[in-house]
Design a protein around this ligand. Structure first.
Ligand code: SF4
Length: 670
């Protein structure tokens, strides 16, 4: 038997871990994918999703050639055409649209499917800026978190996973590392073994009683009252670290004024948890040193999300819990790597109108948008199932007058609605550079096999489109290796130049911190203009820390749509998660005559999802969960969780408010 040739590369999927991979290839075919033992956070293991990623590469639904729609939109009937024909068709249609409605009628739509610096927001942005197309506000995830972290700390690097075992107290707030940050879990276990107190704040019970010390099942959207109540409790007890605050923070008055409205009892009622549990959390965290807060993105997906994030980010500052390993907070660590694209492009201005991607359904269907959106180019995402208000999103994508091009790896729900589908490479077939947002690593991505069929990477597609427009700018003549090198040359990794050779060879570049990881207020400091923590940053607006109640008498259950073990956003839905389940608590199920496995309807004023019920005490009373990113085929009526989510946006960063959905669940008719 032929021994596989081992190739190194990195995983660029939307996950904090950015694993270093070893891919075994025999005769040009992927045999296995594993994690590198050399890398400190990957530690020789990876998730099952990517270990089986070759199933996507060789899937029967893989898009291998350019395709042109034959039947009605969504019918899945396509004819093959050549790349030359596809590019000529796109350029001709876009010229026509730009001539009649202006270039802003053309809209790029993309998110973090591959998430690398080369495959997203590089030559694509350069192209669309040159074209004068509309700009996209990319807000489906992390927009409020980024705005809050920027406003308060100037995106100061966070505590490294490797330093978590140093902590005596760890709060995991709005995150489920077991589903989407699995390389944090061994460090949590080590911390626990050393005696750390671990608390998890999440509507679901993702850890067993033996793994953690306290589970606070906070009602969706009520993280803000909990954080404000902790602050008031410490303030009243004289526990604030005034010396640290005087030296390092401004804006405390605005925060304390708001916190003053939140005694423990009021916060407990809003969050539907006990006063005793909040008080225990407050006391243990205040006493422990070092203590660290792992802040996830689950808590930002509601109308209070950005303000909640800001209040939680304030906690370590108020008690001065910085200055040693294992102390402080971790949110996104991506800010430690910087990319200065002006070094690549020079002064490129893209001043067209900007549309919020959360509102896709509205701007595709509203008649008074001027100019109307007449063309979409969709890549690195699957909005048919991932964007709120799915009913309107699909109505928009089904518009016969909308010219939609989708650049995609497999035939997704979105690709089925396209006029043209262009075959895209997977990360195992192309070059990229991925900045970790959890692990302190920059990952070089290199092809380990040749592209399947006629698949092309993003930058090659935009080079083709640019040349077809008759534009002779040098970037439209760069190959992928040149693009990767240009990106590497424009990057700094915590102030140092990127290791271009390592990234080109598909290796991971670590960070060069003086300690094992950054020590907040030891080796790294706020990046705000005055170097201070801004406890009431301007980005919070006129009513900082205001709590808004989301409730519905008709639809009494809060719906959350968390990450699952099967999918990365919606990636891998072609195989994984074949059947959709809604999880609900036994008492909520019993009150509705629902038993485990029953077919049920989950519904509200926006839509209805028919699926099966999973009755489990691992979700709190009053809350139900549908997994994020499931494909339409997984549900019994073709609608998924986003059909129930409003397209409302957070006033901080314009983020999506998925968890504002309120629903009812009932038995489906037999
Ligand atoms: S999805 Fe995350 S855990 Fe899985 S291989 Fe990629 S980076 Fe690692």
């Amino acid at each position: 038997m032929t021994r596989p040739a081992i190739h190194t590369t990195c995983c660029p999927l939307d996950c904090p871990d950015t694993c270093a991979l070893e891919v075994g290839v025999v005769d040009g075919r992927i045999e296995r994918i594993g994690g590198s033992r050399e890398h400190p956070t990957t530690g020789g293991f990876i998730c099952g999703k990517v270990a089986r990623f070759s199933r996507r590469v060789y899937h029967a639904e893989r898009v291998l050639h350019p395709l042109r729609r034959r039947g009605p939109k969504g019918s899945g009937q396509f004819d093959r055409l050549s790349w030359d024909e596809a590019v000529a068709t796109i350029v001709a249609r876009w010229r026509d649209i730009a001539g009649r409605w202006g270039a802003e009628a053309i809209m790029p739509y993309h998110y973090g499917g591959s998430n690398g610096f080369v495959s997203d927001c590089f030559l694509d942005d350069y192209y669309f800026a040159r074209l004068g197309a509309s700009r996209l506000a990319r807000t489906l995830c992390a927009a409020p978190a980024t705005a809050a972290a920027q406003g308060m700390y100037g995106r100061m690097p966070g505590v490294a996973f490797e330093d978590y075992p140093q902590a005596k107290c760890i709060l995991i707030w709005g995150a489920n590392p077991k589903a989407s940050n699995i390389h944090l879990v061994p460090f949590l276990r080590e911390a626990k073994r050393r005696g750390a107190f671990i608390a998890v704040l999440d509507p679901r019970e993702n850890f067993s009683a033996g793994e953690i010390d306290l589970h606070l099942p906070v009602y969706p959207g009520a993280d803000l009252p909990i954080a404000l109540a902790l602050i008031r409790y410490w303030h009243t007890a004289g526990r604030l670290d005034r010396g640290f605050l005087d030296r390092h923070a401004v804006g405390i008055e605005g925060l304390l004024d708001q916190a003053d409205h939140w005694p423990l009892g009021r916060a407990a009622a809003a969050a539907r948890v006990s006063v005793e549990a909040i008080q225990r959390l407050a006391d243990v965290y205040a006493e422990a040193r070092p203590a660290v807060v792992r802040i996830g993105w689950g808590l930002e997906r509601n109308t209070n999300g950005g303000r909640a994030l800001a209040a939680i980010l304030a906690l370590p500052a108020l008690l001065g819990k910085f200055g040693e390993r294992g102390a402080g907070y971790t949110l996104s660590n991506s800010g430690a790597t910087k990319l200065d694209l002006a070094k690549v492009w020079g002064d490129v201005r893209w001043t067209a109108r900007e549309l919020n991607m959360v509102e896709l359904g509205a701007w595709l269907t509203q008649s008074d948008l001027e100019p109307p959106v007449k063309a979409l180019f969709i890549y690195n995402c699957n909005p048919a199932v991932t964007v709120p208000d799915q009913v309107r999103v699909l109505a928009g994508l089904e518009r016969e007058d909308l010219f939609t091009v989708v650049h995609e790896q497999v035939m997704t729900d979105t690709a089925r609605l396209a006029d043209l589908v262009l075959p895209a490479t997977t990360f195992l077939e192309h070059r990229d550079i991925r900045r970790g947002y959890g692990a302190y690593v920059v990952g070089g991505v290199q092809p380990v096999i040749a592209p399947r069929g006629e698949a092309k990477p993003n930058e090659e597609v935009f080079a083709l489109l640019g040349r077809a427009m008759g534009w002779n700018d040098p970037p439209f003549h760069w190959d992928s290796a040149t693009c990767q090198r240009k990106v590497a040359e424009a990057m700094t990794v915590h102030g140092r130049p990127a290791d271009s050779a390592a990234l080109e060879a598909g290796r991971a570049q670590g960070y060069d911190f003086p300690e094992a990881g950054p020590v907040q207020f030891g080796t790294v400091f706020p990046g705000t203009p005055d170097g201070k923590i801004h406890l009431t940053p301007d980005c919070l607006g006129d009513r900082p820390y205001e709590y808004r109640v989301v409730a519905s008498e008709q639809y009494p259950l809060a719906l959350i749509s968390p990450a699952s073990h099967q999918l990365v956003n919606s990636t891998l839905g072609e195989d994984n998660l074949p059947e959709l389940w809604v999880t609900l608590d036994p008492s909520d199920a019993s009150a509705r005559g629902i038993q485990d496995g029953d077919a049920v309807r989950v519904f509200n004023e926006l839509g209805q999802v028919v699926c099966r019920a999973r009755v489990s005490p691992q979700i709190r009373v009053g809350v139900v969960a549908l997994p994020k990113g499931a494909w339409r085929r997984a549900s019994r009526n073709g609608w998924t969780s986003t059909a129930l989510c409003p397209a409302s946006v957070d006033n901080l960063g314009g983020g999506a408010c998925y968890n504002d959905a309120r629903v009812e669940v009932a038995l489906a008719q037999a």
